[in-house]
Design a protein around this ligand. Sequence first.
Ligand code: CP
Length: 337
Amino acid sequence: IKNFTISNHTEKAYRRVFYGSKNRSTMKKYITIKDIKNIEHTVQEAIQLKKNPYQFENLGKNKTLVMLFFNASLRTRLSTEKAAKSLGMNVMVLNIDDCWDLEYDNGTIMNLTKAEHIKEAANVISQYGDVIAIRIFPTLTNKEKDETEQVLNSFVKYATVPIVNMESATAHPLQALADAITISELKTTSRPKVVLTWAPHPKALPHAVANSFIKIMKEIDVDLLITHPKHYELNSNITKDVPVSHNQEEALKDADFVYAKNWSNYHDYGKIVSVDENWMLTNEKLGNAKFMHCLPVRRNVVVEDAVLDGEYSVVIEQANNRTYAAQIVLKNILKTL
Ligand code: CP
């Protein structure tokens, strides 16, 4: 035990000297945008990393990322795995559908369907992984419960290793970081006008992407405006100090970036209160602005073909930047291990 302690401390001391313990980039976890100490600096770090993605290929040697998916994914799954591997990490993926049903409440008599408690599960996964990344969507039926982020926060509480949020009930910070990187790379004025517009969708969707996008835009030098139909107000704690318009056409005027996203009703929680098909984004409404969307996107429902296939769409660049967002986050977490 003594030897292990000394060698463990020696390795940490070595890492502190080599990578700098007071480095403003280091992170203990990535649950929310607030876990990034300096967004502008991290965005620039990611842009540099993109130019030479293998510059830290040994940092994650002998470290393992465990990715837990409670919900489907294309981009998050592949980009995060690619990011981890470019840092030299091993990656293990567990689809929770293939796993035991977990209990999160304390003191429960577990004589029904839940086979394992989060206390054991999170601690056991920590024996196999040095970082745990989790995707868990909201119920969209119980706002109070969704806002406690019970699953994510239980992993934070009971795991013994850093946790990364790969989209939770209320936040998608990896997507937001990729969005900030994309805007920083493509902006042609020092303070671009960025409009987040609600768009129609046949299914009730979470608020996570919009929440995190607003939060990160508030931290960087942009002129942010939100537009949505009446009754689609988001959480006012998040939209506080951001102008909101119910007139989409007016809001989109002179925009440099237009981010389209559907979200379900926040106050009549998880409901679709109106379809508002005329809120679909068209080339005419977009003008010369760059079009952003986190993907997946429903063509000719959220946005017309001509926009996605047109010269102003940057959705593929955004998806590409998911890799460098994940990589800079993992790199800055690895530096603390
Ligand atoms: N944007 C995004 O998170 O995509 P996936 O749901 O495919 O991971």
